[in-house]
Unconditional design. Sequence first.
Length: 282
Amino acid sequence: MKGTVYLVPTPIGNLADMTYRGVEVLRSADTIACEDTRRTALLCAHYDIHTTLFSYHEHNKEQAAPLLLERLEAGESVAVVSDAGMPAIADPGSDLVERWLAQGGDVVALPGANAGLTALIASGLSAREFHFIGFLPRTAAKRDEVLRRQADDPATQIIYEAPHRLAETLRAIQANWGNRAAVLARELTKKFETFYRADIETLLATDTVQSPRGEYVVLVAGALPTAAPPLVQDDWPQAVAAHMAAGDTYKEACRKVAQCAGVSRRDVYGYCLETVNTREGI
């Protein structure tokens, strides 16, 4: 029997947010694959977990993953955790999931803490539709490429950022997306949890951006829909013909085109008749 990969969320700040099921899985697993063994050791000590820790992070995943896969093939269970929050989101856990599924193995995901969603539901921005970007690329060219790609997305954008890059990132967002409504969520679930809600320009002038501390979730309102330009007069006859081809009467077609053009039906009716007569030499 092959082993199972368990994806176990860990607290993003408050240790009390660890779930009973998460503790149980970490205790029963053969191995815990973690980004920082020292940090995970503190969590394990708090919950009396004595499972062996295995270092697995972005910089060693090419060497570490095959060793974990060997253990899984031998029937061992591996619990994957990140330093904080949901594993496989913005961390190497997703790579192990892909590899193990490709080998026909089982993956079990546990629900739990996530910084992006925690910030989103308390932000006041729309949670109906959102796009998780995570950490932006370090280089300005690649960062701006990502931001330009999302410029017209109507969904709320979720970005993770370190304090020393916060101001630079906000300026880049404003340059690419304009001065939108935004929220900075700092130190989530911890003693000094704080939400800052304003537009980007205002946030850039605040003390939290000038002297940032702690990890931030940056949430930015999605793009507003662009109003379609009014239908110009030269296009009225073609638009009327299109509506008539779809089954509308001439009168009904003129009414619809007039709505799009922001004029009276009589104007469209008369102009189109005059255009047709002129073309036919009447």
